[in-house]
Design a protein around this ligand. Structure first.
Ligand code: SF4
Length: 262
């Protein structure tokens, strides 16, 4: 990858371990290639109360290590109101699912695209390198992703956007050894046993991860249960998030949790 082919590099970050390593890898390469760090930025799609506490601050801290500026974006409705994912679920009367994954499209891709527009407005004709920390080990769909690909929805007559996955072939051990060797700041949720960050209660989380998240975020769990009861639609097919509260109340001890498929 020749970074000098691009006018700006935007690194998407959830604040999680993979985003952190993607950031580290791009900055390492920028250093080797003498690419100006002023032309690089971090973009975080803020999920508000739904994401683990202090994630926003962590993203900023991680970007600061390399002298990069962080841009935050949130989903907005037609009137400009920043609706949370939980409010959106309540209004739609349905939880997102594998087939209707509106949490990612509306709360991540959409707001992230607004950051690209804002950062390229003054550049005129430009090429954007749009970075993600996806790894092939995470799931079969991520394994099939091209490492460098034209992002058609974000490409316009003036702007060409390429999605780039710099750590696509890294395994989990490489991710953690990079974080540990370089003493990079990571979220304490990992030390609780969570293998992923982003939403505390992800629709794809295995049961034990929901229990870990529920123990650490009891008030948020109650809000999820309240919405589940109100809309009469279970968190997942045949699975009510209320059962997480029951498990916690019965002192259920979660086992070691492996990364889940997204
Ligand atoms: S973490 Fe899970 S629930 Fe949250 S936006 Fe991503 S896929 Fe959806």
């Amino acid at each position: 990858m020749n970074l000098h082919d691009y006018d700006i590099i935007i690194i998407n970050s959830s604040g999680g371990k993979d985003s952190l390593c993607a950031l580290w890898e791009v900055c390492r390469l920028a250093d080797v290639q003498d690419f100006p760090f002023e032309k690089m930025a971090v973009s975080h799609q803020d999920l508000g109360d739904m994401e683990w506490a202090r994630t926003k601050e962590l993203v900023n801290r991680q970007a600061d290590l390399f002298g990069l500026k962080t841009y935050y974006s949130k989903r907005r409705d037609k009137n400009g109101y920043e609706e949370t994912l939980l409010e959106y679920v309540e209004r739609r009367g349905k939880w997102p699912s594998n087939k209707q994954r509106y949490c990612t499209s509306d709360f991540k891709r959409g707001p992230g695209g607004r950051v690209v527009t804002a950062l390229t407005k003054q550049l005129g004709e430009c090429k954007v390198l749009y970075v993600f920390g996806f790894r092939k080990d995470e799931s079969s769909s991520r394994a099939k992703k091209e490492i460098l690909k034209l992002n058609k929805p974000l490409t316009t007559k003036k702007r060409t956007v390429h999605d780039w996955l710099p750590i696509h072939d890294w395994d989990k051990e490489m991710v953690w050894s990079t974080i540990n060797i370089h003493n990079l700041p990571y979220h304490p949720a990992y030390d609780l046993g969570m293998p992923r960050l982003s939403c505390c209660f992800c629709i794809f989380s295995p049961f034990d991860a929901l229990v870990v998240a529920g123990k650490a975020n009891p008030k948020l769990l109650d809000r999820y249960i309240k919405v589940e009861k109100k809309i009469g639609h279970t968190f997942r097919d045949g699975f009510a998030i209320e059962s997480v509260r029951e498990a916690i109340d019965n002192n259920y001890e979660p086992k070691i949790i492996n990364d889940w498929v997204m």
